[in-house]
Design a protein around this ligand. Structure first.
Ligand code: NAP
Length: 258
């Protein structure tokens, strides 16, 4: 477990997309526990977002919720403007919002393909492009001796590394996001370090997934599935890591991919 008692992110601000519930919420709470002021975005989970803001505030940090559809450029622009105003600056951006869908390859439609790519790949690109305006990047030719050290963490997936035959669009969208992570790491250096966390099977307690989760745990070297907090700690690691760590895809899967 990361020792967050020293509040390594005190004075930093973080923005996480799609973080009203599930893994995004867990990441937001851990970043707040580490001392960061946190803004989360939601699309449909307004009630959960308000509760998450209350829970984030319990760590003594400033917390905000912003509505955003990451597939809609105007919505992303408006959200980032509001987030920049409320947070003051964005030091850490976590591109978490995504969609997941199981479809037989032969039945996969163009609309399903495009929709998954719009949220999982184009979304992180759009949010990042707009967020950079508030990420305090050193201007070219600026006299600043030490440039600001901002971080972007993309939520990838084991499905972006291994081919999942009933998730062609999802697997490809996450593989593209892993490449986008590396492209951005080069394009945005040295001011911004860009990394990705690629979760494997994470047990979020869904009853409908219980049998599948039991099966996957047996196939995993660690003999269990992951916990949301383990993904949150990986995100927090990148959020507080040396700027020299960039362009990396950290698979958090208990060894399932080995
Ligand atoms: N759960 C896992 O086991 C697992 C495994 C591998 C990778 N991952 C990745 O880890 C991340 C989080 O996983 P999760 O299972 O917690 O995700 P999730 O519940 O499927 O989605 C997270 C949030 O994304 C938001 N979202 C979806 N489409 C959006 C859009 N067009 N605009 C804005 N927000 C949108 C939703 O917000 P609203 O609820 O507000 O609509 C949702 O709550 C995702 O990137 C996922 O692909 C998860």
């Amino acid at each position: 477990m990361l020792d967050l008692s020293a509040k390594p992110l005190l004075g930093k601000t973080a923005l996480l997309t799609g973080a009203a519930r599930r893994l995004g919420r867990a990441c937001a709470l851990t970043l707040a526990r580490a001392g960061a002021d946190v803004g989360i975005t939601f699309r449909t989970s307004a009630r959960e977002a308000q509760q998450t803001v209350v829970d984030l505030s319990g760590f003594g940090v400033r917390a905000f919720a912003f509505h955003c559809d990451v597939t809609d450029e105007a919505s992303v622009r408006a959200m980032i403007k509001e987030a920049g105003r409320e947070l003051g600056r964005i030091d850490i951006l976590v591109n978490n919002a995504a969609n997941y869908e199981t479809v037989e390859f032969e039945k996969l439609t163009v609309a399903q393909w495009d929709s998954i790519f719009a949220s999982n790949t184009r979304g992180p690109f759009l949010v990042t492009r707009e967020a950079l305006k508030h990420m305090g990047r050193a201007r070219p030719g600026s006299a600043a001796k030490s440039p600001p050290e901002a971080k972007i963490i993309n939520m990838g997936s084991l499905g972006g590394i291994q081919p999942w035959p009933t998730h062609a669009h999802y697997s490809c969208s996450k593989a593209a996001l892993h490449m986008l992570t590396k492209v951005m790491a080069k394009a945005l250096a040295p001011d911004v370090a860009v990394n990705a966390v690629a979760p494997g099977m994470i047990d979020l307690g869904e009853k409908s997934a219980a049998a599948f989760m039991r099966k996957m745990a047996k196939q995993t070297p660690m003999l269990r599935n992951g916990h949301a907090e383990e993904i949150a700690e990986a995100v927090t690691f990148f959020a507080s890591a040396p700027q020299f760590i960039t362009g990396q895809i950290l698979v958090v899967d208990g060894g399932l991919s080995l």
